[in-house]
Ligand binder design. Structure first.
Ligand code: NAP
Length: 314
């Protein structure tokens, strides 16, 4: 049976049009309609909607929505903005996204492992100087977050023969990975990692998790990669640890404010690599296929995919 499926997004028209085309191609039997194009009857009768950073007022305009399917893996903003008794929030879990993020973790780990920021600085000063290169097996990479993306990243790092440890909220195991959990054990991961990679959601518990005290607990000369959310790290404290030389380098893909304001000191800091939130982009084709599959299963069986735990915040 053909259905109208609302699409609710706050992005620009070009972006929305491209999404509608990709989703339409993945769901040729249904009609994907922008929220503002829906008739009053369509708004009232909608049970499922596809969303990308939706305006909460639009979601409230569809009172019988049972669930919304996000096109992003990170749903911190929606979970914050929508009422707890609102529709179930289903986030994107796309194996392609996991591969892409794992590739980013490996790429930027190698960037640090192979001392590329230092060689870049040397080039600027025309310095010809070789530095010792440890084996990957002599480097420990600490993943903060061992969820869908953290596990994919761990597997990729293990293939490259890095030593990998990981930290999560609840106890977990993974072959080849030394695992830690809970607030106290975070210090053990920080103290043994040469590179710490942040891959966890922003929640009330993880906001400012890496504050001055925990950054102090990182090994001297270690580096940090943040591919999760900016507010997990206290940016002022991080700058202090980079300036003092306690930390060697930070690769930052996410910030408190995005785009990063032009006058932010992170831009010009020699020990910071600024990336414009590109570590794990959603691929429109694979994401549309996943969303189409989940909506098809729901229409056939009534089964809604597992949603975000609103009390936990992810
Ligand atoms: P996920 O599957 O939900 O995994 C989250 C992990 O974080 C889990 O291991 C979880 O522990 C752990 N965690 C959560 N709260 C914690 C706490 N208070 N203390 C310790 N560990 C905690 O999420 P995911 O799919 O891997 O995605 C992680 C994040 O990546 C997203 O939330 C998003 O912010 C970010 N992301 C960024 C980009 C980008 O382009 N930069 C793209 C996609 C996603 P448990 O296993 O015990 O639950």
């Amino acid at each position: 049976m053909s259905m109208v499926i609302p699409f609710v997004a706050r992005s620009d028209e070009n972006d929305r049009q491209t999404w509608i085309e990709a989703l339409g191609a993945a769901m040729p039997d249904h009609r994907i309609k922008r929220f503002e194009e829906l008739t009053e009857i369509e708004r009232q009768s909608a049970r499922v909607a596809i969303v990308a950073d939706p305006d909460p007022a639009d979601i409230a305009g569809m009172p019988d929505l049972l669930w919304i399917h996000s096109l992003w893996a990170g749903v911190e903003r929606i979970a914050n903005e929508l009422p707890v008794d609102g529709p179930i929030i289903v986030r994107l879990e796309d194996p392609q996204m996991s591969k892409t993020m794992a590739e980013a973790v490996l790429a930027w780990t190698l960037y640090l492992h192979r001392d590329m920021p230092r060689y870049r600085r040397q080039q600027e000063e025309r310095i010809w100087k070789e530095h010792a290169l440890p084996l990957p097996s002599e480097r420990t990479i600490g993943l903060l977050g061992l969820g869908v993306l953290g596990r994919a990243a761990a597997a990729k790092l293990l293939q490259q023969e890095f030593r990998v440890c990981g930290w999560s909220r609840s106890k977990t195991t993974m072959d080849g990975v030394e695992t830690f959990h809970g607030a106290d054990e975070l210090y053990q991961v920080l103290a043994k990692s040469d590179i710490v990679v942040v891959l966890m959601p922003l929640t009330a518990e993880t906001r400012s998790l890496l504050d001055d005290g925990r950054l102090s607990a990182m090994c001297a000369g270690s580096s940090l990669i943040n591919f999760a959310r900016g507010p997990i790290i206290d940016a002022a404290a991080l700058l202090g640890h980079l300036d003092s030389g306690h930390l060697d380098h930070a690769v930052l893909d996410v910030f408190n404010e995005e785009p990063l304001p032009k006058d932010n000191p992170l831009w010009g800091h020699p020990r910071v690599t600024v990336l414009p939130h590109i570590s794990g982009p959603t691929n429109r084709t694979t994401a549309s296929a996943i969303v189409a599959g989940n909506i098809k299963a729901y229409l056939e069986t009534g089964q809604i995919p597992p949603g975000v735990d609103r009390a936990r915040g992810y």
